[in-house]
Ligand binder design. Structure first.
Ligand code: FES
Length: 112
């Protein structure tokens, strides 16, 4: 069914994001890393799937976010693990831009 209402949360502004480093935000208590690639923005879980590290302390290269602890990486578009030691995907969230304003939705969250 596609008639569900999406709940968008205003989380910041595009021109405030550093394209080299993720920005840590919280949406409904969920820790999220915002990544700017060109004029696109992606939102991923901020916790590495390998061990305890915040991805917002890492860096961005192309469409990958690199963990600060062992430099494993994830595709910011899909959450797929791209380099070892990361093997498990991380969650990604829907993002939309309205001009300079960034909105994130948690609605596509898979319930575990
Ligand atoms: Fe992230 Fe090891 S904790 S790569």
């Amino acid at each position: 069914m596609n008639d569900q209402v999406i709940h968008w949360h205003a989380v910041g502004q595009l021109d405030a994001l550093d394209p080299q480093y993720p920005t840590r935000i919280s949406v409904e208590g969920l820790d999220i890393a915002l990544c700017r690639v060109g004029d696109e923005v992606f939102a991923t879980s901020n916790m590495c799937s390998h061990a305890f590290a915040f991805l917002s302390d890492g860096f961005i290269e192309d469409f990958e976010i690199f963990c600060p602890l062992h430099e494993g990486s994830f595709d910011v578009r899909t959450g797929e693990a791209k380099s070892l030691p990361c093997r498990e995907a991380i969650e990604v969230f829907a993002v939309k831009l309205e001009g300079n304003e960034i909105f994130v939705a948690l609605d596509n969250r898979k319930e575990e």
